[in-house]
Design a protein around this ligand. Structure first.
Ligand code: NDP
Length: 239
C-alpha cells in the first residue's frame, strides 16, 4: 500500500485538487479543513476526512493518530491551508492581519510540529509547505499576506537544513495566480476585483490541478531528490 498523505485546507482549491491527484496515485489520505462536507463530497477511496482547524493542535493530533492507526505512518504532509485578505495598509483590518498571521504561519508551524518528529524518527518523510509568489517578491496592497508567505519560505528552508541529514525533505511550492476562492475572502473591493480583472486580462489564472500535479511530482521523486522550492505562475502573469 502507498503511504499516507495528510493535506490541510483540502475542502477547496489547491488542497482539494491535491487530494484528488494523490488519490489517483493510490495514496491513502487524511483530509483536514474546517468544513467537512466539501471534503466528503470528493468521495475519495481510503480517505479519512476530519473537520479540523489547523490552529487547534489537539484535534489536528487526534486526526493524525486516527489516520495513522488505519493507514500507517504519515509519509507526506501538505501544509496548504491559508487565507488572504488584501487591502492597502492604511485601510486594512487588524482582525484580518491576525487571521492571516495565525493560519498562514502558525498553522503551518503546527502541522510541521505534529508530523516532523515521526518522520525524523523513521528517517523518511516529506513536508510540502504552500508558499506563494508573494513569499518571493512583494506586492503592494498585500503587505501582511506577503509577510506571512515570506515567513513560510523562511521557516521551510531553515527547518529543511535542520532535518536534511535525517533524510526528511521540506519542499516549498510557491504558486502565482491560481483560480480558487482564496481572493474572494478579500473585503477590500478594489483589491479583490483587481485580482480577477488582471486574471482575465492575462487569459486566466492557473487551475488548482496545475499546482496539484507539481506537488505530487515533487513528492514522488526519489527520497534522495529534494525540490527545495518551486515558483509556478501563469506564463502571462507579469509581476
Ligand atoms: P482556497 O480558499 O480555495 O482554499 C483554502 C483552504 O484552506 C480551504 O480548504 C480552507 O478550508 C482552508 N483553511 C483556511 N483556514 C483554515 C483553518 N484555520 N484550518 C483549516 N483549514 C483552513 O484557496 P487556495 O486553494 O488558493 O489556497 C491554498 C493555499 O495556496 C493557501 O495557502 C494560499 O495562500 C496558497 N496560494 C494560493 C494562490 C492563489 O492564487 N489561489 C497563490 C499562491 C498561494 P475551510 O474554510 O473549510 O477551513
Amino acid at each position: 500500500m502507498n503511504k499516507l498523505v495528510i493535506i490541510t485546507g483540502a475542502s477547496s482549491g489547491i488542497g482539494a485538487a491535491t487530494a484528488q491527484a494523490f488519490a489517483a496515485a493510490a495514496h491513502p489520505l487524511l483530509l483536514l479543513a474546517r468544513r467537512l462536507e466539501p471534503m466528503e463530497a470528493l468521495k475519495l477511496p481510503s480517505t479519512l476526512c476530519r473537520a479540523v482547524d489547523v490552529l487547534d493542535a489537539e484535534s489536528f493530533q487526534r486526526a493524525i493518530d486516527e489516520a495513522e492507526a488505519q493507514f500507517g505512518p504519515a509519509e507526506y504532509l501538505v501544509n496548504n491551508a491559508g487565507v488572504m485578505m488584501n487591502a492597502p495598509a492604511l485601510e486594512s483590518n487588524p482582525t484580518q492581519w491576525d487571521s492571516m498571521i495565525d493560519i498562514n504561519i502558525k498553522g503551518v508551524l503546527t502541522g510541521i510540529r505534529l508530523a516532523l518528529s515521526g518522520m525524523v524518527k523513521r528517517g523518511s518523510g516529506t513536508i510540502v509547505n504552500i508558499g506563494s509568489i508573494a513569499g518571493v517578491k512583494t506586492f503592494s496592497n498585500h503587505a501582511v499576506y506577503c509577510g506571512t508567505k515570506f515567513a513560510v519560505h523562511a521557516i521551510s528552508e531553515a527547518i529543511r537544513e535542520e532535518v536534511s541529514s535525517k533524510n526528511v525533505r521540506l519542499i516549498t511550492i510557491a504558486p502565482g495566480m491560481v483560480e480558487t476562492d482564496l481572493v474572494n475572502h478579500t473585503t477590500h473591493d478594489a483589491s479583490r476585483d483587481g485580482w480577477w480583472d488582471y486574471a482575465k486580462q492575462i487569459g486566466g489564472a492557473l487551475k488548482p490541478t496545475d499546482i496539484a500535479e507539481a506537488i505530487v511530482w515533487s513528492c514522488k521523486l526519489p527520497q534522495s531528490v529534494c525540490v527545495r522550492e518551486m515558483v509556478i505562475c501563469p506564463t502571462r502573469q507579469e509581476p
